[in-house]
Design a protein around this ligand. Structure first.
Ligand code: SF4
Length: 84
């Protein structure tokens, strides 16, 4: 049972998330953390770049400076776009 619990923990990940309903695509987060945030011209929306670990200081700075207050940390299974 402990083994299963440990496996579940390893699947959990802390990652930044953007509330796209409030985001105005000002791109301020890209200026602060270009390795974390990007703009997808195909969708016309901001995206979080998938990576193993996120630079906590940079993401916190982007959260602090987002004019719409729409970036937050989430903890859970990371929503990957790659097939399982
Ligand atoms: S700083 Fe905030 S409002 Fe501006 S693009 Fe990034 S997430 Fe959207």
């Amino acid at each position: 049972m402990n083994f299963l619990r440990r496996e579940e923990t390893l699947l959990m990940k802390k990652f930044p998330s953007i509330d796209l309903g409030r985001c105005t695509e000002c791109k301020g987060c890209i200026e602060i953390a270009p390795t974390v945030f990007c703009y997808n011209p195909s969708t016309g929306m901001m995206e979080v770049i998938e990576q193993e670990e996120y630079p906590e200081d940079l993401v916190n700075e982007a959260i602090k400076n987002c004019p719409e207050d729409c970036i937050s940390w989430e903890v859970g299974e990371y929503p990957t776009s790659k097939p399982a």
